[in-house]
Design a protein around this ligand. Structure first.
Ligand SMILES: NC(=O)c1ccc[n+]([C@@H]2O[C@H](COP(=O)([O-])OP(=O)(O)OC[C@H]3O[C@@H](n4cnc5c(N)ncnc54)[C@H](OP(=O)(O)O)[C@@H]3O)[C@@H](O)[C@H]2O)c1
Length: 198
């Protein structure tokens, strides 16, 4: 299984920290020449591989860590996203009318035709997400929501490998709303930094 993080800003860095901590290789890409952020990637760890967007989207599992407005541009990188698992770590405060009344990840899924989409890793601020999730003798929770049970299970397994405790919230039109921003009001689980004790 190969992994990529599209967007190497605050959330991209936080996700890269988790991969580096666990010695798992991941490509990182932005709109820029990978050489321009190679030192930044190397400072996080040797498993963080700077790539062009075109190269990075060859990965099986792809985190979207760009600003919400940028996702349509990322979606143009492939004609079909069939066979790809997309993890939508984006938030938006766009009013629901601008999202056709849909949960934001359902709206995003329309742009990534054919992909298996999971919303997740979006509910914590980057400074918390980037920390070691082993805290107080438990593991920091990440919430996952998807209309594809198989994809949700695969991403849960990845979250476990990265040291987090995944909590499945169900479909995007159910649990997805709990980690969704509606206009200026945030879903009830956004910013809730929870720890699970096994
Ligand atoms: N910051 C947080 O605490 C936080 C918490 C939860 C969720 N989020 C969500 O995470 C997403 C990213 O937030 P952020 O704070 O990390 O933003 P950011 O610091 O502004 O980083 C955005 C990254 O996306 C890259 N980018 C922009 N357009 C791109 C494109 N078309 N293709 C590839 N890369 C592109 C940018 O690089 P270049 O412009 O150099 O190409 C930059 O590396 C947002 O949707 C946000 O809502 C953020």
């Amino acid at each position: 299984m190969s992994y990529a993080i599209i967007g190497f800003g605050k959330i991209g860095h936080a996700l890269a920290e988790a991969f580096a901590r666990n010695g798992i290789e991941v490509a990182v890409a932005t709109t820029r020449d990978p050489a321009s952020f190679a030192a930044d990637a190397a400072a996080i760890g040797s498993t963080i591989i700077p790539k062009t967007l075109a190269e990075a989207v060859k990965a099986d599992v792809i985190f979207l860590a760009v600003r919400f407005e940028s996702h349509p541009e990322v979606a143009k990188a492939l004609h079909s996203w069939k066979g790809k698992t997309i993890i939508d770590a984006m938030n938006t405060q766009a009013p629901l009318e601008e999202l056709d009344g849909l949960p934001s990840s359902t709206f995003v899924a329309k742009a990534f035709t054919g992909a298996r989409l999971v919303k997740g890793f979006n509910h914590l601020v980057a400074a918390v997400l980037g920390q070691d999730p082993a805290v107080h003798g438990g593991r920091r929770v990440v919430f996952l929501a998807s209309d594809d049970d198989g994809a949700a299970a695969d991403v849960a397994a990845l979250a476990e490998k990265l040291g987090f405790a995944p909590v499945q919230l169900g479909g995007l039109s159910e649990g997805g709303w709990l980690v969704h921003a509606r206009g200026r009001s945030w879903g009830h689980l956004i910013f809730k930094d929870l720890v699970k004790f096994d």
